[in-house]
Design a protein around this ligand. Structure first.
Ligand SMILES: Nc1nc2c(ncn2[C@@H]2O[C@H](COP(=O)(O)OP(=O)(O)OP(=O)(O)O)[C@@H](O)[C@H]2O)c(=O)[nH]1
Length: 738
């Protein structure tokens, strides 16, 4: 079995209609409180307007971590702008005589700074307040609580919101003159429209491990996993070391194509990320084909001939909060279906027992790496395949831990349908469902990426005595959220009570009388079989998104998914964005049958005539040379911001865009207009910032040209999510490639 990405191939109209649910449907009037009892989870529902300064200020405060609470350290305790803490006597001996004098001087200095900073902050205009708070948060990520807020603020103001400079000054002990913090003469403030220079992201506090797809691994259980390997740890000079810190994300000025996706987990603090040697773009934006009409007939008749009588393929993603039991559930399903040999299962049982982790024996079917098994968590998408009565299922088991959400997004970009697993144990469902848990974020993500059908596995029901009340309670709370906030249709949701560990109600009707006394619905497998197959855009120009590049027996190979069209051995394909034409040497399909790959198929493709292996990388594309994909670094998008957003979206904001297998740093160039949720009408032109739950038209720019399409043309390559500081803050569809 191979490792690859799949294409979501859903009916365009139906899918777009779904997006109208997400982006367009207004239920402001009837929207209830959130399940948590908070005013509401308004993610898709409310229009956030910024009509005046007072509103803006109140709203901004919601985003800001308030360090002025009772736990805030006393200034006299820590503050010493001139002398490093290291100069304090280390031993517990008597304090030097001049210490009292020194402390008194510090107090005096701090008081001066205190009032000067207050004065300067009081003079800020709203955009500056937002910037100040965003700078403060980012610097806090590096220095932690080692400096008082006002000291950090004084440096930010002194550096005119340049957070790199402020951080450098702070760490190298530069003294700020507290009487000179008013950075802009008052008379200028009223005139200023957009002169605020957006600061660059800064260094992370801790080294971060990037998890990246590794080579294909076949296993005894027939499961293929995308191995996780630590690729780079950033070297960070500790703040206390006194050494100067180089900060800022190094974006090459020239437009070059480099196989270096930006790891999301590093946002917003990434720095010094070294891209592999750039490969020159031969044809940055391929010229549109002169042939106006693409003829889909050949592809469609081939498809009918080859696939007409076979089962529908369904790419199924399994999502849910960490430890909800996803791997155990699906591992047990595979075992019950005979996909895992008894001998292999026995081995997993013995080995997991030895490690004291016997409860994870079924999870081991899918969690294959040593690290996953010893830690008891899934770290990357594991892929397998099974059959139901009417469907051929490609199973994608996603990691639940929030550190691995970028990997989960990779899976979500391949999914046609999803199984959301929730733990029904008392307290555990609540943990996963409350803010900070992954149940909501995963559901929002898959819906944003086009999944409209969801099976909810109410798992671990054995822990609550197969309680119908608990099942009903979870069903009610989730339905409210999934329908009202995430934009699913109630008719597209199927709730199935089950136990992954005990194997109840998975592939055959349960024998557990406490369950069968009240539940007569489908098993998990039947529910999956009932999901509708997506329509495959076979009759469109070829697009194959690449998620793996490796040397195979056939030479240079890629693992990818055919997004649209079809491909056969001998076809010429255009590698984009580089713009080099290569030949398809051979195609290996996931089920090993046939050599023609159609839209929706995951495939391994060996290529001939590749001048440099570096032109192929995760996130690049193979397309029809006569009908190439758009390649651009600038585009317009309609976005909806999520409830989890922690900083307002302003011009210059930089985050990570996830578009299919592509992860790319992107910044907001323009906030064009804020839109009404229900009607899509412009409610405000050129808003200064976007808050949570806003709907807007914005212009974005990537740091290098990427393959993108307008959503109306190719939905798979026209929608994205935006993440910042490890949180998914927005989803969008591309409305105009520029
Ligand atoms: N009692 C009970 N325990 C279960 C059930 N399903 C899973 N578990 C236990 O829950 C723990 C976590 O299971 P996993 O399958 O690793 O959970 P996961 O959701 O795949 O975890 P991540 O992929 O790391 O997010 C293990 O100890 C399982 O034995 C169940 O139905 N009943």
């Amino acid at each position: 079995m191979s490792r690859h990405r799949n294409v979501r191939t859903m009916n365009y109209d139906e899918d777009y209609e779904g997006y109208e649910d997400v982006y367009g449907h207004s239920v402001e009037d009837d929207y209830p409180s959130s399940p948590s009892g908070k005013p509401s989870h308004l993610c898709y529902l409310n229009v956030c307007t910024c009509n005046g300064i007072s509103f803006l200020l109140v709203s901004v405060s919601q985003f800001i971590f308030d360090r002025s609470g009772s736990r805030a350290p006393q200034m006299s305790q820590f503050f010493d702008p001139e002398n490093d803490i290291a100069e304090e006597p280390e031993e517990d001996g008597e304090m030097p005589r001049n210490r009292d004098v020194e402390k008194a001087r510090q107090r005096l200095d701090s008081l001066t700074i205190d009032s000067a900073v207050d004065d300067a902050v009081a003079e800020l205009v709203p955009e500056e307040e937002i910037l100040l708070k965003s700078c403060l948060d980012e610097i806090r990520d590096v220095v932690g609580d080692s400096f008082l807020d006002k000291v950090v603020i004084s440096h930010i103001l002194h550096a005119k919101f340049n957070r790199e400079k402020a951080l450098d000054n702070l760490l190298s002990g530069v003294t700020v003159d507290p009487t000179n913090l008013s950075h802009v003469p008052k008379k200028m403030k009223t005139q200023r429209e957009t002169p605020i220079v957006r600061p660059q992201p800064i260094k992370p506090k801790d080294p971060v491990v990037k998890v990246e797809a590794g080579p294909v691994k076949a296993s005894s259980s027939g499961v293929t996993s995308i191995s996780s390997k630590p690729v780079e740890s950033l070297k960070v000079v500790p703040a206390s070391s006194g050494k100067s810190v180089t900060v800022g994300f190094d974006i090459p000025k020239e437009r070059s194509v480099t196989p270096s996706p930006v790891p999301d987990t590093l946002q917003p603090q990434q720095t010094n990320l070294k891209c592999p040697s750039p490969v020159p773009v031969k044809q940055e934006t391929p010229k549109p084909s002169k042939k106006k009409d693409f003829k889909p007939d050949l592809a469609l008749s081939e498809y009918t001939k080859e696939r007409g009588s076979s089962k529908d393929l369904l790419n199924l993603l399994v999502i849910g909060h960490v430890d909800a039991g996803k791997s155990t559930l699906m591992g047990h399903v595979l075992f019950q279906l005979g996909q895992v040999p008894k001998k292999a299962m026995h081995k997993f049982e013995q080995e997991s027992k030895k490690l004291g982790k016997q409860s994870f024996m079924y999870a081991w079917v899918l969690d294959e790496t040593g690290e996953e098994r010893s830690r008891g968590i899934t770290m990357d998408i594991a892929q397998s395949r099974f059959e139901t009565t009417n469907k051929s299922i490609v199973l994608l088991d996603a990691p639940g831990h929030k550190d691995f959400i970028p990997n989960m997004i990779t899976g979500a970009s391949q999914a046609d349908v999803a199984v959301l697993v929730v733990d029904s144990t008392k307290g555990e469902f609540e943990t996963g469902f409350e803010s900070g848990g992954q149940t909501r974020e995963h559901a929002l993500l898959v819906r944003s990426l086009g999944v409209t059908q969801l099976v909810v596995a109410v798992n671990k029901l054995d822990t609550v005595g197969w309680s119908k009340d608990r099942f009903d309670e979870i069903k009610a709370r989730l339905t409210t959220f999934l329908v009202r906030s995430a934009g699913f249709r109630e008719a597209e949701l199927i709730f199935v009570p089950c136990s992954g560990l005990q194997g109840e109600n998975l592939t055959k009707t349960s024998t557990e009388t406490d369950l069968t006394s009240w539940y007569k619905g489908p098993t998990l497998l039947t529910a999956i079989d009932e999901l509708k197959p997506p329509e495959r855009p076979v009759g469109r120009p070829l697009r194959i998104s690449i998620n793996d590049v490796f040397k195979g027996p056939g030479g240079q190979c890629i693992g990818g998914r055919v997004e649209t069209g079809m491909v056969q051995p001998g076809d010429k394909v255009l590698v984009q964005p580089v713009g080099e034409v290569v030949t398809v040497k051979s195609i290996t399909l996931d089920d090993g049958v046939g050599t023609t790959a159609f839209a929706g198929d995951p495939a391994i493709i060996a290529l001939q005539g590749v001048s440099d292996a570096n032109i192929l990388f995760t996130g690049c594309l193979l397309s029809d040379p006569n009908y190439p994909c758009r390649v651009s670094s600038k585009f317009q998008a309609r976005v909806v911001t999520f409830d989890a957003m922690t900083v307002p979206l302003v011009k210059g904001f930089t985050g990570v865009m996830h578009l299919g297998s592509l992860q790319e740093q992107v910044s907001v160039r323009k906030l064009i207009s804020q839109l009404h949720k229900g009607t899509g009408e412009v409610v405000k032109n050129k808003p200064r910032c976007l808050m949570k739950n806003s709907n807007a038209l914005i212009q974005l720019e990537c740091s290098r040209p990427v393959c993108i399409e307008e959503f109306k043309d190719v939905k798979e390559l026209g929608r994205f999510t935006l993440r910042y500081a490890g949180v998914t803050i927005a989803a969008g569809v591309i409305t105009k490639v520029m």
